[in-house]
Ligand binder design. Sequence first.
Ligand code: MN
Ligand code: MN
Length: 313
Amino acid sequence: MSSGDVVGPVDATVVPRFAGPPTFARLPALTGVESADVVIAGVPFDAGVSYRPGARFGPAHIRQSSRLLRPYNPALGVSPFGVRQVADAGDIACNPFDIPAAIGQIEAAASQLLQGGRRLLALGGDHTVALPLLRAVHAVHGPVAVLHFDAHLDTWDTYFGEPYTHGTPFRRAAEERLLDPLRSVHVGIRGPLYSDTDLGDSERLGFMAIHCADIERDGLAAAITRMTARLGSAPVYVSVDIDVLDPAFAPGTGTPEAGGMTSRELLAVLRTLSNVVGADIVEVAPAYDHAEITGIAAAHVAYELLSVMAKEA
Ligand code: MN
Ligand code: MN
């Protein structure tokens, strides 16, 4: 698609930002464009949470908080909605009571959205949704480098005997060989664990861990260098649990942990990425948010991810 054919967001000089469609960044709906390079989809599912519920309302909250985004990204020198067709596919309908059924629905819908070489940005939902999204991405790209931003490892085996929860998606993904075990990395890990074996388990499943303590000790540039070397030239799937940010920057989430990244640090890391074939932003729970702090952070995370995708799509 040539950039001249691209349908962008509603013009904010004509329709003020607090008006207009409730799509992400007031972009066109997928049904309103002939084709798309990058698709945004909501995944309003939170039956996999272990603590505070409410991430099912995340997609609508992130969209609401995205109204103020402007079309040009000066940090990357790109107009993400101008050089590529980005469109909002709405929400993936999934069963709020039956986790395996919901996982199947999310995988099927994501597979359809990825058709024709499109890239997908999913707005969660709790972190359970990363598993079906990764299955769909794997079906197109094979094993991908998983770049996982989170306070938590999410490589635990089960909760209350249940294998499919928001604390287990990356163990399941490793078992299913959806990720490249030499290229995957956690960023932002911190806080108390269940056991001294948790970190070793995560490493054996294929994740290098960059802890918040590493960023504190060595600086952000060193962390980016380690991350970039680990990812190599593999196709990258980015999964952003918004609790990677300190509760000061993202209070509206289900399992907050003190001592996290700043939103400025996270956005800076995202701007260095390339080869991003898919991404999700999860665990935004608006009931615990204040003044859209978390929603705005998530909308800007989405904007940087769309920008790095647009540079290459
Ligand atoms: Mn987390
Ligand atoms: Mn998580």
